[in-house]
Design a protein around this ligand. Structure first.
Ligand code: UDP
Length: 236
């Protein structure tokens, strides 16, 4: 039995690159689709937010001289590209999904409302929330917190390439140790980089727990859904 009935899964755009330097790695994309299909088969209702960092980030663009707002809009469009790719990959493995956009752009996707999202979930479709929050100066982590809270998800699953939250960056510091659980306040007080502060504060205020786990190891998503203690749980 799945531990969670409704989840918000956040995937980073950067992870979609796989071994590539830019864009979408088809192998990684189909691994994600297979993992999502596995938990969908358990009857879990799934909302997904996918980032755009594999294509464009507004802040990095601004450092190269792009207008920040236009750069953020480019970043939001990048998340739409990734969302369409994921929706297509899900279709290839026989799972129905619906791309909703935070900015109007029919017929590419339906304009997001909570009610359309809930309708999709209750129909057994996966709802993919694209274009972040629709506003510049936000991130897809904040978009995920927002959508997770709106759809009343039981948990936000933040799939990354690291298997949880560590005392220091494990890719740089070999003595770093992993937290099994941690509170939002500890994340803040220790200055740990889990998500940006806006996203973390929204989860804290609305009591949405977060599980940070390694999504790039095939099979992990199902383990998380079954309540196996992998990754790090962030809670109040
Ligand atoms: N973005 C934005 N508003 C949002 C969400 C995203 O302006 O509500 C832009 C922002 O420029 C960001 C880019 O989209 O850099 C890609 O999103 P993000 O960096 O969160 O993707 P990830 O790091 O998860 O791949």
């Amino acid at each position: 039995m799945a531990k969670y009935k409704r989840v918000l899964l956040k995937l980073s755009g950067e992870s979609l690159m796989g071994e590539k330097q830019y864009g979408i790695d088809e192998k990684r994309l189909s691994e994600y689709a297979e993992q999502i299909k596995e938990i969908h088969n358990l009857g879990v209702e799934i909302g997904i937010v996918i980032g755009g960092g594999n294509i464009f980030r507004g802040l990095s663009g601004a450092q190269k001289g792009f207008d920040r707002v236009k750069g953020d809009q480019m970043g939001m469009l990048a998340t739409v590209i990734n969302s369409l790719a994921l929706s297509s990959a899900l279709g290839s493995v026989g799972v129905k999904s619906r791309v909703l956009t935070a900015v109007r752009m029919e017929p590419i996707g339906e304009f997001y409302t909570k009610w359309k999202a809930i309708e999709a979930l209750e129909n057994g479709e996966i709802a993919i929330f694209s274009a972040g929050t629709g506003n510049p100066f936000f991130t897809t982590d904040t978009g995920s917190s927002l959508r997770g809270i709106e759809i009343e998800a039981d948990v936000m699953l933040k799939g990354t390439r690291v298997d949880g939250i560590y005392t220091a960056d494990p890719e740089k510091d070999p003595t770093a140790t992993k937290f099994a659980t941690i509170t939002y306040d500890e994340v803040y007080n220790k200055g740990l980089k889990v998500m940006d502060l806006t996203a973390t504060a929204m989860c804290k205020e609305n009591n949405l727990p977060i599980i940070v786990f390694d999504m790039d190891t095939v099979g992990n998503l199902k383990k998380v859904i079954n309540g196996e203690p992998i990754g790090t749980l962030v809670h109040n």
